[in-house]
Design a protein around this ligand. Structure first.
Ligand code: AHM
Ligand code: MG
Length: 375
């Protein structure tokens, strides 16, 4: 069996000390005031040759919809008081399930903005053209408006994920699904909104990853996490271990390897699984770790959706110095066949994903059975 390099005992430092926040304040503060998302977007626009401002307006539209959804998420527990789905609430509005509501808010914001020609959403079976006669918007947006929505009822963090592509220059006539089926490597931007203990918007345009925290007192996203870099390795792994019996042998061995005692590599590692991809991803991005949703007997291609879950997060993690793999290659290179197609996901700190990939190939480190007798 080929031998493998073990990961370093300690994660390499991120550009921002995620535990103390050191380095964050000075980079985010300019002239004594935090930089708002709007200011940041305009600065980026100013340094982008040939920018028409459409992309900046699209990001602003997304951030406005995110604030509306955040407001609705904060009220989620009140639905029981105000009436279940289908009822009329105190404002005379019909109560809707939060994921449907989030879908509608994002679509409405983008329709109003006019920068988008086609939207694909987890909440809608077909791609949604913004106009029936032509395709004037410069961008295509694919999104999961409310990921982890099974957690809504129990007050656990949830999120929105979005992926942005350019409409091909030579496109004429109405938009069709084929326009959206571009490989992840062609994304021009991707991001997520985390509705957690605070609301955060994290995004990349292919030039690093920046995170903004919503200050509810002024209703603005402020640059709180500039230039996020994920640690080279970490101590946390996130996977639904209830599916253990239906995993591939290599994956079973990788999990057992992470659970083995080995002070030199700081094992055993720690399991953290919220069951909200955005929340699990965000924690691992900041602290170091790996999130896995593999193929299993019930879901032979995994559970997560390629176009609006795996691809955007893969773009973000690569921009933060991490790796996103299907277990058999780069996620961003998967050729899309369908809007709602699924794919296995191994994503996070680079040394951890490399190790997972190696186990899947059948390459186990020499100490594989240290502290455990394997699967
Ligand atoms: P959803 O888009 O229907 O919410 O499903 C995706 C969610 C992810 O947020 C989460 O990581 C995963 O499904 C959890 O799945 P499981 O309950 O099988 O572990
Ligand atoms: Mg989802």
């Amino acid at each position: 069996m080929p031998r493998m390099e073990l990961p370093p005992a300690h994660p390499s430092p991120a550009s921002v000390n995620v535990h103390t926040g050191a380095g964050r304040q000075s980079a985010a503060v300019t002239g004594g005031a935090f930089k708002t998302l709007e200011q940041f977007i305009i600065e980026q626009q100013d340094v982008t040759a040939g920018s028409t401002g459409q992309f900046s307006r699209l990001l602003r539209d997304i951030s406005v919809a995110a604030k509306i959804v955040n407001r609705d998420v904060r009220k989620a527990g009140l639905v029981d008081i105000m009436g279940d789905s289908g009822d009329i609430n105190v404002q005379g509005e019909i109560q809707k399930k939060l994921d449907v509501l989030a879908h509608e808010e994002f679509v409405r914001a983008m329709r109003r903005g006019g920068e988008v020609c086609l939207i694909g959403s987890e909440e809608h079976a077909e791609a949604i053209p913004m106009r029936m006669d032509d395709c004037s918007g410069k961008y295509i947006v694919l999104m999961d408006p409310l990921d982890g929505s099974s957690n809504v009822d129990v007050n656990v963090s949830i999120g929105t994920i979005f992926s942005i592509y350019k409409t091909p220059d030579d496109q004429t006539g109405p938009a069709s699904l084929e326009l959206a089926l571009q490989p992840g490597r062609d994304q021009v931007a991707a991001g997520y909104v985390l509705y957690g203990s605070s609301c955060m918007l994290v995004y990349t345009t292919g030039n690093g990853v920046n995170g903004f925290t919503l200050d509810p007192s002024i209703g603005e996203f402020l640059l709180s996490h500039p230039n996020i870099r994920t640690p080279e390795t970490g101590k946390m792994y996130s996977i639904n271990e209830g599916n253990y019996n239906s995993w591939a042998e290599g994956l079973k061995r990788y999990i057992k390897w992470m659970q083995a005692d080995d002070p030199a590599t700081r094992r055993p590692y720690t399991t953290r699984y919220i069951g909200s991809f955005v929340a699990d991803f965000h924690r691992n991005l900041i602290k170091g770790g790996i999130y896995i949703y593999p193929a299993n007997r019930r879901d032979p291609e995994g559970k997560l959706r390629l176009m609006y879950e795996a691809n955007p997060m893969a773009f973000i993690i690569e921009q933060a110095g991490g790796i996103a793999s299907t277990g058999n290659g780069r996620i961003l290179d998967v050729e899309p066949r369908a809007l709602h197609q699924r794919c296995p996901v191994f994503i996070g700190s680079p040394r951890m994903v490399e190790m997972a990939d190696a186990f899947l190939r059948g390459e186990y480190p020499a100490d594989e059975f240290a502290g455990t007798q394997g699967a």
